[in-house]
Design a protein around this ligand. Structure first.
Ligand code: ADP
Length: 471
């Protein structure tokens, strides 16, 4: 069953039950008020009339038959017919003048008691009209001499009760109808966003990643729509990233491969006697192969990092020897780009981190500083302890980065210049490695003047190291 139907049925059930319950209480109140009220009024009159009539019979010494005119005069009321009956139920006198010959045996005539009047509501045998009858014995010196009975027609009371009941039923039906209309509106307002999210998900599943939901809903549905749209944007971003990645990586792989292929052909078809030419060709092949290996390593890192399988293995090591060996690795590039490195590091500075991954961060940052410097200059690397953290700043005098690019260069595959070498993954991987060490990477730059790339990692206390803290 659909949610809409379920909601409507639930509302219908709750409202109908409430209305039925309230109407029952109302009907019971109505009946008590009109019928019991009328009976009580008649009974009170009968009791006080019988009391006075008994006193009259006792004091005057007149038999009942002769006292009838007096009783009529004093005890009749306009709302009801007054009857005086013999003790066995035959009518001796009636204010309507018409008298029935049969014995009256209605329930109000049974078990009569002088202290209180009996009442009965039912159909009159003669007129078939609904009546209210009240009876009380008349006594002379303690002996029953007759019965005083009042009979009132219920025609008007019945009409009033029916009128009020019909009115109440109509109000009940109107309430149910109004609530049903409101329920339909409410159910629509609930099911509409659900239908929208279902349709939008189907569209997403079909690959239409630009599908979005309306965000104008309030409350939980608004949040759902927003999350759905965020999910769509994220999927779209991933799809775009994947496409960019494929095109960028194909381009990146193609350049060294073309160069390797070109030089291999040259060497094969050329004169092997020309040793110098062969050697420089082989050197280029070697460099390009190294570049390919580096790129494949970066790609593997990227896949580990997107699959969240990159793990770090901490060990204690001195930072200075590591940094010295890394800078040594760059001697050739530094010479080629007319750059020099100035290193300021405390020799005793000890780290508890993944040595190879931290080396990778150093390599990446220094490589960028050299790669993106076009004029001869100095690259200053300062490593120090600030409070409980290892802080390293690498400042170059290179091309710098525009403020508009600064916020993006840490993103995967982001390159300021599409033609520059590299896949745009280096800084993203560095950032991830530092995050795994609970550290962070910050970049400040002045376009045309130079860039400072800094990173911080917390220096773990010896207690953490000995307890074998892992990430
Ligand atoms: P890549 O491997 O392509 O260099 P990175 O993630 O290391 O990728 O760097 C992303 C981009 O940030 C680079 O394409 C470059 O434009 C810019 N960049 C990084 N470091 C520097 C720097 N020291 N000076 C100027 N630009 C830099």
């Amino acid at each position: 069953m659909s949610i809409k139907k379920k909601l409507l049925l639930q509302h219908l059930l709750i409202v109908s039950l409430t209305v039925v319950l309230l109407e029952t209480v109302f009907f019971l109140g109505l009946i008590t008020y009109y019928y019991t009220g009328a009976a009580d009024m008649l009974k009170n009159h009968a009791v006080s009339s019988a009391h006075f009539a008994n006193r009259y019979l006792e004091l005057s010494g007149t038999p009942l038959q002769q006292s009838l005119p007096k009783l009529k005069e004093h005890f009749q009321i306009p709302q009801a017919e007054m009857q005086v009956l013999s003790p066995n139920g035959n009518i001796l006198y009636s204010t309507v003048g018409f008298s029935q010959h049969d014995q009256i045996k209605t329930p109000d005539m049974k078990q009569l008691d002088a202290s209180q009047a009996n009442s009965w509501i039912g159909k009159d045998e003669m007129t078939h009209e609904r009546i209210l009858a009240v009876a009380i014995p008349l006594e002379d010196q303690g002996y029953p001499v007759g019965i005083l009975r009042y009979v009132a027609s219920l025609k008007n009371v019945d009409a009033m009760v029916i009128k009020l009941c019909t009115f109440a039923v109509l109000i009940g039906i109107s309430i149910i109808l109004i609530v049903m209309l409101l329920s339909i509106t409410l159910a629509n307002s609930l099911t509409k966003p659900l239908l929208e999210v279902t349709n939008a998900s189907k569209q997403l599943a079909k690959g239409h990643l630009e599908t979005r939901m309306n965000e104008h809903y309030r409350g939980e549905f608004g949040v759902l729509a927003k999350s759905f749209n965020e999910m769509g944007s994220e999927l779209l971003r991933h799809e775009k990233m994947k496409n960019e990645f494929i095109s960028s990586i194909s381009h990146e792989l193609r350049t060294p491969l073309t160069s390797i292929k070109g030089w291999s052909e040259t060497i094969m078809t050329g004169n092997l006697e020309k040793k110098e030419e062969t050697k420089s060709g082989l050197q280029i092949i070697l460099t390009e192969t190294d570049r390919l290996i580096e790129m494949v390593e970066e790609l593997l890192d990227f896949s580990r990092f997107t699959n969240e399988t990159m793990k770090i293995q901490r060990q204690t090591f001195l930072a200075a020897p590591l940094l010295h060996s890394v800078t040594k690795q760059f001697e050739k590039q530094l010479l080629a780009k007319k750059q020099k490195i100035e290193l300021q590091i405390d020799d005793a500075l000890e780290l508890y981190a993944d040595r190879n991954r931290i080396k990778q961060v150093f390599i990446n940052i220094i490589d960028n500083a050299i790669k993106y410097s076009e004029q001869p200059g100095t690259i200053t690397i300062t490593c120090r302890q600030v409070k409980q953290a290892f802080v390293c700043d690498c400042t170059d005098q290179g091309i710098g980065i525009k403020t508009s690019d600064l916020g993006n260069i840490q993103k995967m595959f982001y390159k300021v210049n599409e033609n520059s070498p590299g896949a745009g993954l280096g800084l993203a991987i560095c950032q991830h490695i530092l995050q795994l060490h609970h550290g962070k990477l910050t970049i400040t730059s002045s376009y045309g003047k130079g860039t400072t790339i800094s990173f911080t990692i917390p220096l773990l206390s010896s207690s953490f190291k000995s307890s074998g803290g892992s990430d």
